[in-house]
Ligand binder design. Structure first.
Ligand code: ZN
Length: 196
């Protein structure tokens, strides 16, 4: 089965998703869903996919930043973004326990808004408590790009899209980003702009 990724405008992307019970997490249905979401994320390809993006208002997202996705970027770009491979994992009922005051601003995109990108200030470091696919409590401290992915996916579970947090005047088509903005540094000084 190929999952369809919901596009912006679908009400489910704007709803607060509901928590999963341990019984639901253990169910065959949820276990199958996790595998289908993993495949859909890899097909896209993307580094994260939240259940509302496939039409399900559930607090569940899959994340993976694979080595081969990183090959498209220079060592400098990766270092600047603090981007390193992240193994596949599932976050269920996540809660952000801490966000650093320090923010970083980079262009990001979303599978529910294909073809566009914008600069989004995000906390550089966060700590997240969540349940894994065995309903076991996990705690992660993430920084750099992984922290950005977590914040983006957890936003999806609250009905928030990156366009709610972006620096609006940086909104661009991907074609224009590649042509005009990709090679340019992003000023970090505006990172305290009130765009939350
Ligand atoms: Zn997204």
């Amino acid at each position: 089965m190929r999952l369809k990724i919901m596009q912006t405008g679908e009400p489910v992307l704007r709803e607060e998703a509901r928590l999963l019970t341990p019984q639901e997490i253990f169910s065959e249905e949820t276990q199958r869903l996790i595998h289908e979401m993993r495949d859909a994320m890899r097909d896209a390809p993307g580094v994260g996919l939240a259940a509302p993006q496939i039409g399900l208002p559930l607090q569940l997202a899959v994340i993976e930043d694979r080595e081969d996705l990183l090959e498209a970027f220079s060592a400098d770009d990766l270092a600047e973004r603090e981007r390193r491979p992240v193994p596949f994992h599932v976050i269920i009922n996540p809660v952000i326990a801490y966000s650093s005051g320090e923010k970083k601003s980079f262009y990001e995109g979303c599978l529910s808004l294909p073809g566009f990108s914008a600069v989004v200030p995000r906390a550089r470091t966060i700590r997240v408590a969540y349940l894994d696919e065995r309903a076991e409590r996990q705690f992660v401290e993430a920084s750099g790009w992984y922290a950005r992915i977590l914040q983006h996916e957890i936003d999806h579970l609250q009905g928030t899209l990156y366009i709610d947090r972006m620096l609006t005047r940086t909104f661009t088509t991907l074609d224009n980003w590649t042509r005009l903005h990709k090679a340019k540094p992003i000023p970090q000084s505006h990172s305290d702009a009130s765009n939350e």
